[in-house]
Design a protein around this ligand. Sequence first.
Ligand code: PMP
Length: 407
Amino acid sequence: MPVFDVNKVRSDFPILGTHVHGKPLIYADNAASTQKPQQVMDSISDLYSNHYANIHRGVHYLSQKSTALYEGARETVKNFIHAKKIEEIIFVRGTTEGINLIASSYLEPLLKAGDEILLSEMEHHSNIIPWQLTAERTGAILTIIPLLENGELNLSVLPTLLSSRVRLVAVTQMSNSLGTLNDISRIIELAHQQSIPVLIDGAQSIAHMAIDVQKLDCDFFVFSGHKIYGPTGIGALYAKEKHLLNMRPYQGGGDMILSVSFEKTEYNDIPYKFEAGTPNIEGAIGMATALDYVSDLTIEAIAEYEQELLAYATKIFTAIEGLHIIGTAPHKGSIISFVLDGIHPHDVGTVMDMEGVAVRTGHHCTQPVMEHYHIPATTRVSLSFYNTFEEIDDIAKAITKVKELMG
Ligand code: PMP
């Protein structure tokens, strides 16, 4: 029993009416990026039509209007993830930039040779390479929480890995290639027992579950707007105020200063200290509209429906001979990665596209995960609240077609 009217919801997303190769589009590439509701497009159009000017520095009417909308968007993000203060929300380009910011402004000044940064084996390249770059510059090393065969993290070794040399733990809340939902509360609790701060990569989880950064007690949380029905090129970084107050700027430029002379610059207060230059004003406002859209449906209703989709798709796909699901953790978000005996995922994706089905094939920017399973790539079906049970039946038919043509 759907917890909301899926057909009504679908009508908010004009692109879902597209036909591909003469077939109705089935969009199942939501982990890469989500589609946008009309409300998000309207809010950006309304900004440009009625309120737009550069923010913060203007005394004139439009500048003040734009500033109010931009700062209102910050408030929306704060409320969505239940941060304590708006000062703890930094607008960034996305998850990738948020992680790079923490690596450069928070962690790097603290690191010395031999220090450790603890990641997991399932991290997206965005949550590996920024730490690797920082480690190369400082002589620190990366240590890794290993994967179990079903795609869960082996948390039994975590107490041993949390040595006195670890300066930060950075883990994803939800794997983009396996779907696994990690027990981040436990990871944060164990890390904090050793006074080690924790960064949570929320790129995937943000659209699928309620986030409360105060309850989680994470030190840093990052996500991208485009994964939660908002625009590209915008995301948010949450950091506890106590960390932000001690961090060096990430980039220099306008708006992040109180005063400048050639001898010395005095930096602006947080969060502006970390937002150099004219920001992505329309992105922030569009993202806030997307968060409001999700809040109106309620994230709880979304999660419930998506779990039903996941259970149904898992059952249907498991029944297909020669199909093997990669990532069978008991707690998963609505992602199903699979391989088909004897058929390369790229061929799977190409034939499915001919049937109107958009899925992603490849390593999903998680090459260590592929290496773990000794596979080059998977085909990934990633579902959203606008997908339907009928679409899952059609995806299964498309997979059967792949087998007929390529098997
Ligand atoms: N982490 C995870 C788990 C992701 O799925 C992604 C996007 N695929 C990222 C980080 C990077 O996000 P972005 O490209 O929006 O910065």
